[in-house]
Structure formats: structure tokens, C-alpha cells
Write a protein that binds this ligand. Structure first.
Ligand code: SF4
Length: 480
């Protein structure tokens, strides 16, 4: 999971791109970068949080009215300065690219690229995607105008859709040509669009992983880049778009469970509302399964689960309490690199409030249980602070399979349900140390995401839950 954004404007874009990185910081905290262009490219990138990387002096050097940015959260490739996006090449044009997602046929694409004497500097799949795009664009020669260039782009991106498997939402800038965005045919990773009409009648465009910065920057939401769609804005601000392929629309369900900010609207579905519905469905299931068990208090594992816990508490008629205080200045544990760092950060991040917990039957709502580290630690903390009984409910069904589409949960062994005895429902509560453990059912989660809204989702990707890999219908354990 990463965060990307791209802006075409009638005024300099560097500060807006910086604001976009800040608004998407929750999607990746390892590194960030911005590339703008006027007569040439201007780049700056670094490791860490955006606020640690960019200064106003550096931003003032990123001149130009077109640019792209990236928040990095590594899913493929090593972790170093070379992997920080945007990536760029100078053949056949100066092309820069930001990519959110993960390619599943990386090895075969590397062979195709290196056969054509293009050389890779990193192990990043985003660099491979950049070279595939450049290679395909190189086939048609120099265009005479924007219409002709758009046709070249259509050919190049159609070929990418044909050859490149996996998840990819892409923003790209091309020197002398303009801004290009496209989204893989299944629309696995999000990509939304917005517009702003200026006083002089010109239109500014923004594309981003989430619409979380639109209001602050003055953009009106204009829906999504559709799965399989290519959009090109030329140097003069003329917009071209075409949906090149139409397949099943399978956006990632985990965006709604965990990744996206609650104020985001992705694929025409409000993340906040979907989380309210997750809590509601979970409460219906609780009342059915445990009609005689009523907790004294409902506490979210902060803060992604706050929304689901709120509606859960409302639905079962029990007080909602913020009995676990979260320090907002420490990063999200799920996306922190390295297990040690994750374990250490949970206690530094969350503090129980004894007055809310002591001698009470506490029901904790969490968004999901992946590795189980956070859940185990939270349960221990709540017990340390005197809870009489602890019930644990997860707004997401058991995460049982790795994700190959851009989320860092790469091995079966790392998932708690696959740990020794972890798949045994009678034993997993013991591993977590709780009196009752209840998961959301898959159909209830899908219902929560798709219940309302003028959306066009066919079936969300939930490969990490049900083992059905939506790209090429891969099944559990198929090598990819
Ligand atoms: Fe999202 Fe899970 Fe699908 Fe990965 S496998 S894209 S995390 S739903």
C-alpha cells in the first residue's frame, strides 16, 4: 500500500503535492518523493515522514505546474534510497512514474525488459512498470500533436494491460507532453480524481489514492479513474480519456477495513459509512451468537476501529468508551517495517485508561487481526489494568492468505490464524488470551462495503480472506 497523487495546474504544484503527501501519510511512512516539471524535471525524495524530508527551500526548487508525488510503503524490492518513488527514465521521453500496487509477473517482465537492453537499477517492481511503459511508448515514434500522442498512449497502456499482471494505479508525467494516469483492469488499488475551475476559466486536475486532500486544496471530487481507464492531460490542459478494457471490478476490501482514511470516498463508497455498517453487522451477529453475554463497555482498538466500535456499541446498547488512548504521533503499526519495531511501538503508542477498564467486562473491537501482535498486546494491557473479562471482536474475517497486490503480509507463517493451532477456533482465543473471540463473516463484510451507494463494484478483492486471487483466477498456494 502506498499513496500517490498527480496534479496539473495553471500555477506551481509543489506545495499542493506536499500537502497531498501529508494527507496520504497514513498509506506509507517509509519514504516520499515529488517530481515536477517545467522545461525539465525537478526531483526531491528521502526516507522518513514527509515533514522530515521536505523543507520550504526544497519545495521552492520544485518548479512547474505539473507534478507527481509518492508515499512509500515497501511491498516489493529492497528498502533504500534507490527504491523511493517517483522513478524516472529518459528514453524515449523524460518519463517519471508513481505506482501503487504490486506486479505478480515481475520475473517475466524483467526478462522482457532486459532483453531489450534496458537496465534496472533496483529490485522495485515500479521501475519495471516504468520501463514497460517507456518501451511500449517507444514503438510508435514521435507524434505530431496531442491527439496522435493520446493514440500512442492508448497502444502503450493497452499493451501494459495485456502483459502486466497484478495491481497498479499509476500516475506519470512526460516531459513536453503532460500528465498520464491509468488503473489496472480490475481496479484493485484506488485512484480518485478531482477538478478545480479557476477564475480565468482554466481547469486544474488532481488524481490521488484518496480524496482526503481535495477539500483543503479546493478540488471538487469527480469520481474515480475507472478500472482499465487511461487519462491524459496535455501541456495545454486538454483532457483525453478512454476505458481501454472492461473486466470485473474487484477493488481491495482491505482499503475499507484498514488502509484508507475514514473520510475518504473510494470507488463511490464512503469508507466511514462502510465501517459503521461493519460494526452494525458485527453487532447483529454478536446478539445472535451470544444473546446472554453483555459487556459493560465497548472499547475500540484505536483508531481505525473507532467507527465500527461506535456503531457496534450503539447497536447492542452498551456504552462506547475510548478506554485505550492512542498517541497520534507514533506511526501505524501494521505498516511499520520489521517485527521488532512493530512490537515495541504498540505499548509506546497505546495507553489503557484504568477508570474505564477496572472490574469491567470489556469488549474490544478491532479492525482486523493479521499478525496478532497488536491484538495480543492490547488484550494483555486491558487485563493488566483490571478487566474482569475480555471479549474481542474483529470487523474483518480471519486474514488467512498473503496479499500479492500491494499489501505487506507476504507469508502464511506470519498470519496468526496459520500459527500452530491458530486455525482452531477453540484455541485461538487462548492464543490471544480472551474469553470470547468473534470474527465478522465474509458475506457481512461485503454487505457492509457494498450495501449503499451508486458504486460499480462487482466483487471486492478479498483474496487475503478467501484465497481467491482475482487476477487470472489464481487459487491459494498457486505459485506467482
Ligand atoms: Fe486487498 Fe486482501 Fe486483495 Fe490484498 S488480497 S488487494 S489486501 S483484499
Amino acid at each position: 500500500m502506498c499513496g500517490i497523487s498527480a496534479i496539473y495546474s495553471s500555477s506551481p504544484v509543489a506545495n499542493q503535492l506536499y500537502d497531498s503527501i501529508i494527507a496520504l501519510q497514513h498509506r506509507g511512512q517509509d519514504a516520499a518523493g515529488i517530481i515536477t516539471y517545467d522545461d525539465r524535471m525537478h526531483k526531491y525524495k528521502g526516507l522518513g515522514l514527509a515533514s522530515e524530508i521536505f523543507s520550504s527551500e526544497q519545495l521552492s526548487l520544485l518548479t512547474g505546474n505539473i507534478g507527481i508525488s509518492h508515499n512509500r510503503y515497501p511491498t516489493h524490492g529492497e528498502f533504500g534510497h534507490g527504491e523511493i518513488q517517483p522513478v524516472w527514465t529518459s528514453v524515449p521521453y523524460g518519463i517519471a512514474m508513481s505506482h501503487n500496487g504490486q506486479l505478480t509477473n515481475y520475473d517475466e517482465l524483467v526478462i522482457e525488459i532486459t532483453k531489450e537492453k534496458r537496465y534496472l537499477n533496483t529490485t522495485s517492481d515500479s521501475e519495471v512498470l516504468l520501463h514497460m511503459f517507456a518501451k511500449e511508448l517507444d514503438k510508435n515514434g514521435q507524434p505530431n500533436n496531442s491527439e496522435e500522442f493520446f493514440n500512442h498512449l492508448c497502444d502503450a497502456v493497452s499493451s501494459i494491460f495485456h502483459k502486466v499482471q497484478g495491481a497498479y494505479s499509476v500516475t506519470s508525467l512526460i516531459i513536453g507532453k503532460g500528465l498520464v494516469v491509468f488503473r489496472d483492469p480490475r481496479g484493485i488499488r484506488p485512484l480518485v480524481r478531482g477538478e478545480k475551475v479557476n477564475d480565468n476559466g482554466t481547469t486544474d486536475y488532481i488524481f490521488a489514492s484518496e480524496n482526503t486532500m481535495f477539500y483543503a486544496l479546493g478540488y471538487e471530487p469527480k469520481g474515480n479513474v475507472l478500472p482499465g481507464e487511461l487519462i491524459y492531460i496535455d501541456n495545454d490542459g486538454k483532457l483525453f480519456s478512454k476505458r481501454l478494457v472492461k473486466e470485473e471490478f474487484n477493488p481491495c476490501i482491505f482499503e475499507y477495513v484498514y488502509f484508507a482514511r475514514p473520510d475518504a470516498i473510494l470507488n463511490d463508497v464512503s469508507v466511514y459509512r462502510s465501517r459503521l455498517r461493519m460494526g452494525q453487522n458485527l453487532a447483529y451477529a454478536w446478539k445472535k451468537k451470544y444473546p446472554d453475554v453483555t459487556p459493560d463497555i465497548v472499547i475500540p482498538a484505536p483508531s481505525t476501529a473507532n467507527t465500527a466500535a461506535l456503531s457496534f456499541a450503539h447497536e447492542i446498547g452498551v456504552r462506547y468508551s475510548e478506554g485505550l488512548y492512542k498517541n497520534p504521533f507514533i506511526g501505524r503499526t501494521f505498516i511499520m517495517p520489521g517485527q521488532d519495531k512493530r512490537k515495541k511501538s504498540i505499548r509506546h503508542k497505546i495507553t489503557p485508561q484504568e477508570t474505564e477498564i477496572r472490574d469491567k467486562k470489556v469488549l474490544i473491537v478491532d479492525d482486523s487481526i493479521v499478525r496478532g501482535n497488536t491484538s495480543r498486546e492490547i488484550v494483555k494491557m486491558v487485563k493488566d489494568f483490571g478487566a474482569k473479562e475480555v471479549y474481542f471482536v474483529s470487523a474483518c474475517p480471519p486474514v488467512q492468505h498473503p496479499c500479492y497486490y500491494g499489501v505487506d503480509m507476504p507469508t502464511y507463517e506470519e498470519l496468526i490464524v496459520n500459527s500452530k493451532n491458530g486455525s482452531d477456533e477453540r484455541i485461538l482465543p487462548d492464543i490471544l488470551g480472551v474469553d470470547i473471540l468473534m470474527y465478522q463473516e465474509i458475506e457481512d463484510l461485503v454487505e457492509a462495503v457494498t450495501r449503499i451507494g451508486d458504486h460499480h463494484i462487482d466483487t471486492p478483492c478479498m483474496a487475503c480472506l478467501d484465497g481467491h486471487y482475482v487476477v487470472n483466477g489464481r487459487k491459494v498456494h498457486d505459485p506467482i
